[in-house]
Design a protein around this ligand. Sequence first.
Ligand SMILES: Cc1ncc(COP(=O)(O)O)c(C=O)c1O
Length: 334
Amino acid sequence: MIIKSLTETIGNTPLLRLYQGDNGATIYLKLEMFNPTGSMKDRMALSMIVDLEASLHGFQGQPKIVESSSGNTASALSMLCASKNWQFTAIMDGHASMDKVLAVQALGGTVRFVGANDGELSTALRDAEARRLAESNDGFFWTAQHDNPANSAGYAGLCDELVSDLGDDIFAFVSAIGTGGSLCGTAAKLKELNPDVLIVGVEPEGSIIFGGPAHDYHQSGTGTPAGADVGLVIDYSVIDLGKKVPDRNAFAVCRHLAKSHGLLVGGSTGGAVYEAFRIAQTAPEDAKIVTIACDSGTKYLDTIFSDRWLRSQGIDPTDLDSFDFESAAEHRAQ
Ligand SMILES: Cc1ncc(COP(=O)(O)O)c(C=O)c1O
């Protein structure tokens, strides 16, 4: 397939039949790491840039884009800005995986760090710095992913792809929630087609989207820490259930999928798949349960997949590797 632009490779990702229980309930995993910068965020970044460009009539010169990001949105925006010869500045913190920081820089983006450089998640500080730049009269445009309707609108294609592969009788859509763009954008469209679909948002334990208590977590890119605002993109009216998954359970799933299925996923996907497994245990016969692989585990080889890093977080890797998700019904989809 010859293409003229990398944007043509955004979307149309494969859907993996991951697991099938005794009663035919099946978990499908949408492999969003097949997008060009390795995450679902390429979809919403394209949508936000198209939207911004449409509003730029009469603007002289090359716009400068700024965004606060844990790294995947920043990588996606870097790719798109590079192809337009626009400047891009990512506001990041010490919580971001080094792979994501390096990807932004490799794609020509500038990274500005805020907060303590000790792995602390500093979403509120990041957002404040992006706002400051946008208001500085220095020619910056802030895509403001937490409040930008083009974020959720960017997932219309994801919903269409799911319905085209599975039909509209999906039993449950279970996915990570950070800005809420991917969950709520997909869910709103799925609910229009089938109001009975169960929408489950999954955040790390310690995140505050579905209430407290707040504490640190290391599922990257997902959730909202204490002190940061829950943005306008989160539409609670389309979410039926909010679940919290501790890091250790999410990481256990990541390591299990890697070693038993050859599939590398990030921590937020681990959390969502953990909940999808739980739902599958009690789901009706032949229920279709869909979840999203938000990004690839290759971005976290030095954290989730590193025994040394896990021990530094007080997690014993041998505990994770003995976690057995399929003990109830050892029927992996063939
Ligand atoms: C790895 C990962 N998982 C989950 C999310 C949450 O997605 P959303 O912002 O669409 O809620 C993000 C967002 O940055 C992410 O990068």
